[in-house]
Design a protein around this ligand. Structure first.
Ligand code: PLP
Length: 436
């Protein structure tokens, strides 16, 4: 098929997500390798977003492809009441990688289902029903997960699941900026008291918030949340669907702060999206509750053998190629490149990164710090910047007044600089809109 044929048929017979269908303008993709992907006509894109912040090991790694092929040939599927070798091996491997005594896993199809099951586990384990979540968050598009989500993607799904209470996080947008960990924790404790600690089962949070702005928590925040949760018997659920598997330069972002949540959800980088798989990991004490009590959860594709085999092969790639340390090293270079953009471009209001998880926030006025596009909106300049990136063969995620720098962890320093050269030129578009 040509690219145009793909686009036409996809638009005619399939729905694109989070969009009015008349507005979508998809890139047709035919193949991908390493940090690049190509259209059927051979236009090459540097993938500066690892697709949807998920292809962490890079595209087309033959070690994973082979593992998928071998597993498909040997045993493509067994129902989830059965035991299989990839399921057994993956459970053991994740127990080794996850922090503390998180060593029991329930496998799902992706991140949203991992969060759905985390919520169920927390409610059963505590006998309480409320769940605290944050406004600047995304936890998935299914029933409970979209209710937990704090950002505007939730609005159309309201009222959603009862019992979810949203709290503010330490970041208040480009104009107001950050508050301290201490101030944010004081607010959180006040909400806990006002809601009634004995009614709250869990607090779910993205360890490093993803699509709401690569929000790296101020030091002390994660430890403080852990202490408050412990103090009030509330389970701490860390959503590491995006921040897990090396994205931040550690296996899991919680490892930066040495915090052990009660439940940890993952997907994306678990298989680098070669096939779909998610999981919720739980501390041994939570798993033990289900020794004699029924675990009321199930999915036809729970512990799918091909998903588990792909995850095992992907984890082996992280290990063999030292990708976690590489993300940390290349991440240090990216931090410098981001800082350099901020020094030279008046439109750059803020840059943030941890490992190879990065974002640039644009402003149109350095005094008022008015964002280049409003909250939940776009602007001519942001749209023009998106078009420029596309024309220059740089793929990344442009959202509101921001764009992301989240390349596959296998990217070299030179390739990273190649991407930043395009960004540097593109920012001239935004700079022209800045009022001095
Ligand atoms: C932090 C976070 N949680 C959950 C999800 C949902 O995962 P999925 O789309 O696999 O259901 C996402 C997806 O982007 C995410 O970024």
């Amino acid at each position: 098929m040509t690219g145009d044929q793909m686009i036409e048929l996809c638009r005619q017979h399939t729905l694109f997500e989070w969009s009015a269908q008349s507005q979508v303008d998809p890139i047709p993709v035919a193949r991908a390798r390493g940090i690049y992907f190509w259209t059927p006509e051979g236009k090459r894109f540097l993938d500066f977003n690892s697709q949807l912040m998920c292809v962490n090991i890079g595209h087309g790694d033959e070690r994973v492809v082979r593992a998928i092929q071998d597993q498909a040939a040997e045993l493509a599927y067994a129902n989830p009441f059965m035991a299989t070798e990839p399921r057994a091996r993956l459970g053991r491997k994740l127990a080794e990688l996850c922090p503390g005594d998180i060593d029991v896993f329930f496998f799902t199809n992706g991140g949203a289902e991992a969060n759905e099951n985390a919520i169920k586990l927390a409610r059963w384990a505590t006998g309480r029903h409320k769940i605290l979540a944050r406004y600047r968050s995304y936890h998935g598009a299914t029933g409970a997960a979209i209710t937990l989500t704090g950002d505007p993607r939730r609005w159309a799904a309201e009222p959603g699941m009862p019992g979810v209470v949203h709290v503010l996080d330490p970041y208040h947008g480009i104009e107001r900026g950050w508050e301290s960990a201490a101030a944010s924790l004081t607010m959180l404790e006040e909400v806990i008291q006002l809601e009634g600690p004995d009614t709250i089962a869990a607090f779910i949070l993205e360890t490093v918030t993803g699509t709401n702005g690569v929000l790296v928590p101020p030091d002390g925040y994660m430890q403080g949340v852990r202490e408050l949760c412990t103090k009030y018997g509330i389970l701490m659920i860390c959503d590491e669907v995006m921040s897990g598997f090396g994205r931040t330069g550690e296996w899991f972002a919680v490892d930066h702060w040495k915090v052990v949540p009660d439940l940890l959800t993952m997907a994306k980088g678990l298989t680098s999206a070669y096939v779909q798989l998610g999981a919720v990991g739980m501390r041994r004490g939570i798993a033990d509750l289900f020794r004699d009590k029924v675990f009321y959860g199930g999915l036809t594709y729970n512990s799918h053998p091909i998903g588990c085999a792909a995850a095992l092969a992907t984890i082996q790639v992280y290990e063999e190629d030292g990708l976690i340390e590489k993300a940390r090293r290349t991440g240090a270079v990216m931090r410098e490149l981001l800082a350099d953009l901020q020094r030279r471009h008046p439109s750059v209001g803020a840059v943030r990164s941890i490992g190879l998880f990065g974002i640039v926030e644009l402003i149109r006025n350095p005094q008022t710090r008015q964002p280049m596009a409003p909250f939940n909106g776009t602007s001519d300049e942001m749209a023009a910047l998106g078009r420029f990136f596309r024309q220059e063969g740089l793929y990344t995620f442009v959202r509101w007044n921001s764009f992301y720098t989240n390349p596959p962890l296998c990217i070299t320093e030179d390739e990273l600089r190649e991407g930043f050269t395009i960004i540097d030129r593109g920012l001239e578009i935004a700079d022209r809109a800045v009022t001095p």
